[in-house]
Design a protein around this ligand. Structure first.
Ligand code: FE2
Length: 178
């Protein structure tokens, strides 16, 4: 069971850091997608708050003490802390990677739980896999759309074309008048 306890403890710490990172990005995000990202990150950190509580209480049932020292949480977590300089694109890719890493860890716990016949742990972890799989899908959907820079370039190009067409029309009408 020791291996399972260690994995569950790693997941608790990682979930805690991911919760904190998502919350920080919810406050700090800026840009034209502000409202959508602020809301997306908001929903995710609220879900994780409940998940941490559920997982930590389950650890008490397993007779394992949830990590409480923030220093220890950071040491053990497979998820790195929020970057203070991240723009919206980096926030999305950072959260995407962290959620994917967490999903990989959850798969390991699920397998070990089944080996140890700890079916309640397997059930809980499978719920976490489902919700973090959903987060991966949502974050990935953001990276698939054109970035704001590409969108700006498209708009500039479109404006240029309109101006060029207007110039050509003016030239033409002047030529006709002459
Ligand atoms: Fe908020």
């Amino acid at each position: 069971m020791e291996k399972l306890y260690k994995l569950v403890s790693d997941a608790q710490a990682s979930l805690f850091v991911l919760f904190h990172k998502t919350w920080v990005y919810h406050w700090n995000v800026v840009g034209q997608d502000f409202q959508q990202l602020h809301t997306l990150f908001g929903g995710q950190y609220e879900t994780m708050f409940e998940e941490i509580d559920r997982l930590s209480e389950h650890m008490r049932y397993l007779n394992v003490k949830p990590l409480s020292s923030l220093n220890r949480v950071l040491e053990v977590s497979i998820v790195k802390e929020a970057s203070s300089a991240a723009g919206p694109d980096q926030m999305i890719s950072d959260l995407l990677k962290s959620n994917m890493d967490l999903c990989d860890l959850l798969v390991k716990i699920s397998e070990e739980s089944e080996n140890q016949k700890s079916y309640a742990t397997a059930n809980l972890v499978q719920d976490l896999m489902e919700s973090h799989g959903k987060f991966v899908w949502m974050l990935r959907s953001f990276t698939d759309k054109p970035s704001s820079k590409v969108q700006e370039t498209v708009e500039v190009l479109e404006e240029t074309e309109v101006e060029e067409v207007e110039e050509i029309e003016t030239e033409l009408s002047e030529t006709v008048e002459e």
